[in-house]
Design a protein around this ligand. Structure first.
Ligand code: AAL
Length: 411
């Protein structure tokens, strides 16, 4: 027995890689390209995974700054009006255009877990009983709400319960809004809905619903069998790429993945990528053409939340930077979303949302502006800060729960 263990140990020793010892210490002057010397795993990664060794020089690293928008009314924050999930922003007729979910209900939502209490006028979630609205702006700060773009149709048409979480595609002179079309109050069986589309000759509408499921749910037992959320279209390699999110896993805490469906025609058929999911993290992932590939802001859920990722083929994403305070549900201004031709230039601003704003019982979401430097055409060192000094009260506002206090202090 002892002999067997000894033989096992010896064979382990033999297979261990030989660690070469560097002859001189690592250089003081930061090598900008990978030096030809033995490197630790972290230093290998520094050169293999990132566009530059220092975040300040990394075109895919940015801090994010936030500004309140002007022009949107929220009914004094009483919880009856909510705006959330902005689309990417495009510039048309000399103005910026954005589309978003707007809820304007008699009462605030009763909540996901109380969906059984929702009615034709009482919303379950913040995005239940909503329509898709749009606004325009000349400077990205002052917005004029223009009205409803897609109203939820009569029952039983697709989206009769709620139409939400839209994003825009421009293809061959026409405009397409992809959106979530709910046929039951969110929370009834989960947050289940398919993706629908409507099209128009003008960004101002009128929008004609295609009245069909554009991206089919996956087969029973597969990761996107119940929900296809956050459809996000780009034109890449001459085709329509729609990235989307699904939350999967029969656990108290689901895992969020993002996949891709590709089509030659905006109304489909869309073919799902065989490697889906392409992201292992990220809620409301925002993407943009960057160099020859696609970059993504990966926020909120998953091991890789708060990262910016890049795939030179639009499919195989890797972490390109780790950052903080990424915008939620970002809808960036992506000037080359539909015509990057392998030379994506990046983004510098957009709109995002803050949910759970307001007092208890009056919670709603608001749109906000974010700014950043993820552009090959901008060099703003003020956007490349890695040390964020926040008011200590922000940290103390993250208090321990009652249960945690009992566990930590009462033992
Ligand atoms: C959002 C998005 C989708 C979900 C819900 C409304 O942040 O992920 O749109 O369905 O939450």
């Amino acid at each position: 027995m002892l002999t067997a263990v000894l033989i096992g140990l010896q064979s382990c020793e033999k297979t261990e890689p030989k660690q070469e010892v560097p002859s001189v210490g690592y250089p003081w002057d930061i090598p900008q390209t990978k030096p030809n010397r033995p490197l630790s795993k972290a230093m290998e990664r520094l050169y293999d995974n990132y566009l530059a060794p220092r975040p300040q020089d990394n075109e895919l690293f940015s801090a994010f700054k936030y500004t309140h928008l002007k022009g949107f009314d929220y009914s004094d924050g009483d919880g009856t009006v909510s705006r959330r999930d902005p689309s990417k922003i495009i510039k048309e007729k000399g103005k910026y255009y954005v589309w978003y979910t707007k809820r304007d209900t008699e009462v605030p939502p009763v909540g996901f877990s109380n969906a059984h209490l929702s009615t034709d006028v009482i919303p379950s979630t913040d995005w239940d009983l909503s329509d898709i609205w749009y606004a325009t702006s000349e400077d990205g700060l002052n917005w004029e709400e223009q009205g409803v773009a897609i109203k939820r149709p009569e029952k039983p048409l697709m989206g009769w319960r709620s139409v939400t979480t839209t994003d825009i595609l421009k293809w061959k002179g026409k405009y397409y809004l992809y959106y979530q079309a709910f046929m039951e109050a969110s929370g009834t069986n989960g947050d289940h809905c398919p993706v629908a589309t409507a099209y128009s000759d003008s960004p101002d509408g009128p929008w004609i619903p295609a009245n069909k499921v554009i991206i089919e749910n996956g087969e029973a037992g597969t990761w996107d069998q119940y929900s296809i959320h956050d459809p996000y279209p780009l034109v890449y390699k001459g085709k329509i790429y729609v990235y989307y999110k699904a939350a999967y896993g029969d656990k108290p805490e689901y895992l969020v993945g993002n996949g891709l469906a590709i089509a030659d025609n905006p109304l489909g058929p869309f073919k799902k990528h065989p490697l889906n999911p392409l992201f292992n993290s990220g809620h409301e992932t925002a993407l943009f053409p960057f160099k020859e590939g696609i970059a993504a802001l990966v926020t909120r859920d998953g091991n890789e939340n708060n990262t910016i990722q890049y795939a030179s083929d639009g499919v195989n994403f890797d972490i390109a930077s780790v950052t903080s305070f990424l915008p939620f549900a970002a809808g960036s201004y992506v000037p080359d979303a539909f015509n990057s031709n392998g030379d994506g230039r990046g983004i510098t601003w957009g709109l995002s949302h803050f949910t759970n704003v307001g007092e208890r019982g009056k919670k709603h979401s608001i749109l906000a502006r974010f700014d950043c430097d993820l552009s090959l055409d901008l060099n703003d060192p003020g956007m490349k800060e890695t040390r964020l000094y926040l008011d200590s009260e922000i940290y103390f506002s993250r208090t321990l729960s009652k249960k945690q206090k009992e566990r930590i202090f009462k033992n």
